[in-house]
Design a protein around this ligand. Structure first.
Ligand code: IPD
Length: 257
């Protein structure tokens, strides 16, 4: 897939368009549906996903799996889309939310685009083509900052709270700092550009994770095989990190799962 690949170009355009639409819709949030106590859907989630689905299916005979509308993976190319990742932060008026789009071919993620409109950050990656933030190449930290590693820990009620607390305990005891900002896609993008040294979550869905995983890999980081064991449809555990801490982070996550 090259820079001029039409699917990559459309993914980038739709990440921007979706982000702009959600930002406009924030002025009138409308009805908020609680899927769980900490998992929400707004009118903007639905409108952005619908916009992306309409544009993708009008342009290509490709399947799409979206967080809100679901879908199947029954074509060679499959789009995997989170219209707003970090919906709770979106509702609260933070900058920590984004549109995340991954395009797969034959079961492999070929390109991804993550756009955070509030601070105008566009992360893009093509397999074998590197990772970029607003057009500039990015790379993982390699701990070059010389400080204790920072790892973002994602959380959802899909795994027991005790397992999350166990992981938090292990990292803190190992003098690894933790953060949680509420968008898995942005957490991964920030590993790719060295603002975090790792991202871990005991269970996350494919629409939150796939574009960010490609970013981390293309930026020189390591990730577990998220798509193993039906990760595309069922979600999976996720560990993504600068190579220097990947093995120990993975071991801690495995121990808590
Ligand atoms: C959630 C965020 C969060 C992660 C959860 C996701 P949503 O996605 O990515 O950071 O920890 O696992 O469900 O609901 O904001 O799209």
């Amino acid at each position: 897939m090259t820079d001029s690949d039409p699917r990559f170009a459309l993914a980038v355009a739709l990440a921007r368009e979706g982000g702009a639409l959600a930002a406009r819709m924030y002025a009138d949030l409308g009805r908020i549906t609680a899927k769980t106590a900490i998992d929400f859907c707004t009118a903007a989630d639905l409108a952005v996903e619908s916009h992306i689905r309409t544009r993708v299916t009008a342009t290509f005979a490709d399947a799409m799996i979206g967080e809100e509308g679901g879908g199947s993976a029954d074509t060679d190319h499959v789009w995997v889309v989170d219209p707003i990742d970090g919906t709770a932060g979106y509702i609260h008026g933070t900058t920590r939310w984004c549109v995340s789009i991954a395009v797969m071919r034959a079961g492999i993620v070929e390109c991804g685009a993550i756009y955070a409109p509030r601070d105008d950050r566009l992360f893009t990656a093509r397999r074998g083509g590197g990772a970029f933030l607003n057009g500039r190449p990015i790379g993982v930290s390699h701990l070059g900052h010389g400080a204790a590693p920072i790892v973002e820990l994602g959380w959802s009620a899909r795994r027991p709270l005790s397992a999350y607390c166990d992981l938090l305990h292990r990292l803190t005891a190992a003098e690894i700092e933790f953060r949680r900002h509420g968008s898995g896609a942005l957490g991964l993008a920030e590993v790719a550009c060295g603002l975090n040294d790792g991202y871990a979550e005991l269970h996350i869905n494919a629409w939150d994770a796939l574009a960010g995983i490609l970013l981390v890999e293309e930026a020189g980081g390591r990730c577990n095989d998220f798509l193993a064991d039906n990760g595309l449809t069922q979600g999976n555990r996720l560990v993504a990190a600068t190579p220097e801490i990947y093995d120990r982070l993975y071991a801690d996550v495995r121990a808590c799962a």
